[in-house]
Write a new protein. Structure first.
Lengths: 281, 297
């Protein structure tokens, strides 16, 4: 009975440290939440965390000003297209690297791996110029193309490792029956790779959904705005030339809450995926 | 039988990598080569005529450009602070979480939440906290009688870059903690037990067992942390736009400013190539240091 409540001095100290640090980690979110719930203009007067009154009217107002359905739709299209294409192209290539032989195989693999050190911020000039050259500016392709190219290295690294961990004997029966390599990849190997595909999908999807740099550089039409870009440009959208903090944080809450909920639901998958990625990477 | 199987297994797989390779070369490799070429020209990014200037851009960057020197300094601060603080704090908090304690998942979620959020959200939230008049930070300092510590956090040349780096630490701590935690969970309990038999307690178990056995993960995190620090952009853009007077500029922000706000595309191209070179050199040095040093279980 008393066993559960017994706390050694060491574990009291552990909890004290963890609670203190968790508080620092949580506090900015509390500020965002409380500001989003304050009445318009209140945050300049009321600096405390507790709103004088809960102003739920901020949410429809921010929803309308920012045109959230459009932003969500664009973010969804760009993210879904990028993730699906990354999964397909990377698993195809990873299968080739894992199971087949061809001229200059390892040099090609290294070429892909070199992409692990590329961040969009470092190559924004090349990415912009290539979109100019292909005439893709102000289209979804101007975002999806670079996202796929930037996502491939990590995906190929993870998936090659996963394919190599599967026993080769699985494929032998199909090979003897005369199945083509592509059929084997598509029908037999890809379904077995689901956990690794989920890892890749979560990470590339999250990165794509949250990115604002490429949408900011590659699109200028309001119809193509994604969620993060919508938040950046939100400033300019209010009727008086700027929007109030309370509206902005209402939008921030609407943007962040769905991801937080998904994260809390998928926490286990998230963490194990991260672990696989980080340790192999 | 074996020979038939081997022959079937060995057929050419180039067509499997071809589609990915085309996208990769088209959107990354070729444009980088084109950017390398553009770096030798004075060019505004739009007009068809441009002037060849050879290595002038690189010479100017390395010898004359004050903003570039500030950028390098800020990126070095960023990299050192990130790697040192997050290695130590990330490992310690992971060590604490790795003990059998209650509410472990809740703590872990609290650490990890910022990793799932967009940097735009994080940037605006912290900008609000840092505001000189209404911001929570100065407000709290005043309330605790620490008036002299208040600053104009995002417009003070001595402070701004560190205020931004602090946000970056807050945003990435969770990632380091979770990865360290996974590495710690892979260390077999017997090794701690052995150490305990030899009389090693708490801290010494950590230092002599856990730290060496997770070194592979630590080094991978160092590479990642360095690459991200060298390429930092979003938070500078969101919090200070490199100001005041370039004081909080980083290399990637300078590239953005040159290429997309002042149309010095040629110069920005040269700077991009330099940034890629720095990333490549750091990665190669790290990989060479890692080679053969990993402790195997």
């Amino acid at each position: 009975m008393g066993f559960r409540l017994k706390l050694s001095r060491k574990s009291v100290l552990t909890h004290a440290v963890l609670i203190f640090v968790s508080f620092i980690m949580i506090f900015p979110w509390l500020i965002a939440l409380s500001t989003g719930l304050k009445a318009p203009g209140e945050s300049a007067l009321n600096r405390g965390l507790i709103p004088w009154e809960i102003a739920l009217g901020n949410f429809p107002e921010a929803w309308r000003i920012a045109n959230v359905p459009l932003l969500a739709f664009n973010s969804f299209v760009v993210t879904a297209a990028s993730v699906v294409m990354i999964l397909f192209l990377a698993s195809l290539a990873a299968y080739g690297f894992a199971r087949l032989n061809f001229f200059l195989k390892e040099p090609f693999y290294l070429l892909f791996l070199a992409g692990l050190m590329l961040q969009a911020a470092a190559i924004m000039v090349p990415l912009y110029q290539v979109n100019v050259a292909f005439g893709l500016l102000d289209t979804y392709y101007a975002l999806v193309g670079p996202y796929i190219a930037l996502g491939l290295p990590f995906a190929i690294l993870i998936l090659r490792g996963f394919f190599e961990g599967l026993p080769e004997e699985i494929e032998d029966a199909a090979l003897i029956d005369g199945a083509s390599r592509f059929t084997i990849y598509w029908r037999i190997m890809l379904p077995l790779t689901r956990p690794a595909l989920a890892t890749v999908a979560i990470f590339t999807g999250l990165g794509t959904w949250n990115d604002f740099l490429l949408p900011m550089l590659m699109t200028s039409k309001p119809g193509l705005r994604t969620m993060p870009l919508g938040l950046i440009l939100f400033e300019l959208e209010g009727s008086i030339g700027f929007v109030l903090h309370e509206y902005r944080f209402a939008l921030i809450i609407m943007m962040t809450l769905p991801i937080v909920i998904v994260f809390l639901l998928l926490q286990r998958q998230f963490m194990s995926g991260l672990t696989a990625g980080a340790i192999k990477g | 039988m074996q020979r038939v199987l081997r022959a079937l297994r060995a057929n050419g797989g180039f067509f499997f990598i071809l589609p990915g390779l085309v996208v990769y070369l088209g959107f990354i490799a070729w444009p980088i080569i084109a950017t390398f070429y553009n770096g030798f020209f004075i060019w505004d990014g739009i007009s068809p005529d441009r002037e060849f200037t050879g290595l002038d851009h690189y010479v100017r960057l390395l010898t004359k450009d004050r903003a570039f020197r500030l950028s390098i300094r800020n990126n070095v601060y960023w990299a050192i602070i990130t790697v040192v603080v997050l290695s130590i704090c990330g490992f310690l908090f992971a060590w604490l979480l790795n003990q059998r304690i209650r509410m472990r998942n809740a703590y872990r979620a609290a650490f990890f939440l910022p990793v799932t959020a967009s940097l735009v959200v994080i940037g605006y939230t912290w900008e609000f906290i840092y505001q000189p008049e209404v911001g929570m930070l100065n407000h709290s300092l005043r309330r605790f009688g620490l008036e002299e510590l208040t600053r104009v956090w995002l417009a003070d040349p001595d402070v701004t870059i560190f205020a931004i780096i602090l946000v970056s630490l807050w945003a990435s701590l969770g990632f380091w903690v979770v990865v360290f935690l996974a590495a710690l969970q892979a260390v077999p309990q017997d090794l701690y037990d052995c150490a305990a038999v030899d009389g090693a307690t708490g801290f010494r178990q950590m230092w002599h067992v856990a730290v060496p056995l997770t070194m592979g993960t630590t080094r991978a995190l160092w590479i990642l942390g360095l690459i991200r620090s060298i390429n930092a952009f979003a938070l500078v853009f969101l919090l200070s736009r490199g100001g005041p007077y370039h004081a909080s500029e980083v290399i990637a922000y300078q590239i953005y400013d040159l290429a997309f706000r002042t149309n010095h595309t040629g110069y920005a191209s040269a700077l991009s190539i330099l940034l890629l070179l720095i990333s490549a050199i750091v990665t190669v040095i790290q990989l060479l240091l890692m080679r053969g040093r990993r402790v195997q279980l």
